[in-house]
Ligand binder design. Structure first.
Ligand code: FE
Length: 191
């Protein structure tokens, strides 16, 4: 994780366009999510009362980016939502369905449905590739690792009504914020 964070920091300090940023980060995230032993047990726990848990794994002091693990309960999914920043998604455990949307004539049009398998990576960025929905249609919890520009837990963004495309602002926060590890935590894990 330390090497991964260093590499991401190098990308975001040197690359300007969101499209170039996500393409540069995708292979870095693919390496991370193809290591089955990498993620600590405390960031793999589903929360039974919620559709999904989101744990902050890393955030630099200037909050230029954030790394989050999402743990999805069986049969659960997100609302249709945007991010208002770039993001890279890596599938870690299990398979998740991702639907992509665009707004056309004040309605949502589903433009793609993709099944992400372990090791698969994808990305989002506004305005053209920012609206999606993730669903775990399997019988066991699934885990994906997401990296976003800025601090996604405090980012103002939107959910969308599937029928009317009406937007509603939300701020996601993080689950179990007491678990936020200092960077040294990753160094310790790797030692
Ligand atoms: Fe998302």
């Amino acid at each position: 994780m330390g090497d991964f964070v260093d590499a991401v920091e190098s990308v975001i300090r040197h690359v300007q366009e969101s499209k170039d940023t996500v393409l540069a980060i995708e292979p870095l995230l693919r390496s991370l999510v193809t290591d089955p032993d990498w993620l600590n047990e405390k960031y793999r726990r589903a929360i039974s009362a919620k559709a999904y848990a989101q744990y902050l794994l890393y955030r630099p002091a200037d909050r230029a980016f954030s790394v989050v693990s999402f743990v999805w309960n069986p049969g659960q999914g997100s609302p249709i939502h945007d991010h208002c920043t770039w993001g890279v998604i890596g599938q870690y455990e299990g398979e998740e369905e991702e639907s992509r949307f665009r707004i056309l004539d004040n309605r949502l049009e589903r433009i793609a449905v993709v099944l992400a398998r372990p090791g698969d990576v994808s990305h989002v960025y506004p305005p053209s590739r920012d609206i999606h929905q993730i669903t775990n249609r399997s019988a066991t919890p699934t885990i994906s690792i997401h990296i976003y520009g800025g601090d996604i837990g405090s980012q103002r963004r939107h959910t969308y009504d599937p029928n009317t495309a009406a937007m509603q602002e939300f701020i996601s926060g993080y689950d179990a914020p007491d678990l936020l590890p200092p960077r040294t935590d990753w160094k310790a894990q790797e030692a």
